[in-house]
Design a protein around this ligand. Structure first.
Ligand code: ADP
Ligand code: ZN
Length: 326
């Protein structure tokens, strides 16, 4: 156990390819504040880290919780960031979604800025623990998948977060769903991330409209995953084909994970899950149909209840876990 009383809140920072989020979180998972800002990933690590620090300060101020020693005070910082990274040293090791972030000592920089012990973890691995602790799911094992700018996930088995010998928590985004498929940012072919990430949804739709100027998507200057979901819902067949390919690939991927891990629950979160049942219904159907029947019967596929806060809650759960308070 740590010397810090687990009754004190933590600051949680979430570094995504599209947005940064920061919040102060109490030990019961209650959010005291939540702030977000665009990442501006093209500006490079120095500018993004500066913005992250300011967002952390803002989250502290808005929470009303003091950083000083008297009364209620923040005792640690948890940071979730796209991997690969080293959770032991807090160094970011060139994630595909964060160009230029090679050997960025994010943990040390955050610790120095806030004067607090700081714990860095893969964002999707962290979110799996946050879901497990604070979503009210009555399960001992779950797989969490984030469908956001990138695509990744984490595993809780028998009540314990799986970290693996390389401490990456499993590279779930790089499970191969088509061995002759699209090139992935990791150098392999046909990874789930090459189809399921928000970035890939946008890219595949952009490729498809090049031959289909009649598509309603063709009028947009830059197509996002949100546009694809919206235009598919509105009846555009190019958007529909891209969306259906995405949910089919994700469904297949979830079936693989159900077979491998036999979780009680697969939880989907991240910005693309704002599409709601447009995403969940076909993925759930495909996953439970294609997984081995006993494993499928023991499992359900659901959306996270935390919405945009899922990354912040994950980072906070990691801080508490590493403080010895969870
Ligand atoms: P980050 O990756 O920074 O954590 P998010 O989790 O918010 O950010 O994911 C951003 C992705 O979510 C983008 O690709 C965006 O187009 C997509 N997105 C946002 N809203 C929707 C929506 N309603 N439907 C489908 N995709 C969406
Ligand atoms: Zn890959």
């Amino acid at each position: 156990m740590s010397s810090h009383p687990p009754s004190q809140p933590v600051l949680a920072l979430d570094v995504g390819g599209t947005k940064l989020a920061a919040g102060v979180v109490a030990p019961d998972g209650m959010l005291r504040s939540l702030c977000q800002v665009e990442t501006g990933v093209g500006e490079g690590p120095a500018a993004v880290v500066k913005r992250l620090m300011e967002l952390g300060e803002q989250a502290l101020a808005e929470s009303g919780v003091q950083t000083g020693p008297s009364g209620e005070h923040v005792v640690a910082v948890g940071v979730g960031c796209g991997g690969p990274l080293d959770p032991r040293t807090g160094v970011i090791l060139g994630p595909p979604g964060l160009p230029g972030w090679d050997e960025v000592p994010l943990g040390r920089m955050v610790a120095e800025r806030f004067g607090l012990p700081t714990y860095v973890e893969n964002d999707a691995t962290a979110a799996a623990l946050g879901e497990y602790r604070w979503s009210g799911w009555d399960v001992r094992s779950l797989v969490y998948l984030t469908v956001s700018t990138g695509f990744g996930g984490g595993v809780v088995a028998d009540g314990k977060l799986f970290r693996g010998a390389a401490a990456q928590g499993g590279e779930l985004g790089h499970v191969v769903v088509d061995w002759q498929g699209r090139a992935c940012g990791c150098g392999a072919r046909g990874c789930a991330e090459a189809y399921v990430s928000g970035t890939s949804i946008a890219r595949r739709a952009t490729e498809a409209v090049a031959d289909r100027p009649d598509s309603s998507l063709a009028k947009l200057t830059a197509i996002t995953a949100k546009d694809v979901a919206d235009h598919a819902r509105a009846g555009d067949d190019v958007a529909r084909a891209t969306w259906d390919e995405t949910t089919a690939m994700l469904g297949r991927m979830v079936a693989v994970l159900i077979n491998v891990c036999e979780p009680e629950l697969v939880v989907l979160g991240g910005g693309v899950t704002r599409a709601g049942s447009e995403l969940l219904d076909p993925v759930r159907e495909a996953a439970l149909r294609q997984a081995m029947p006993p494993a499928a019967k023991a499992c359900d596929v659901v959306l996270s209840r935390h919405g945009d806060a899922v990354g912040v809650l994950g980072a906070a759960a990691i801080a508490y876990e590493r403080l010895g308070a969870l």
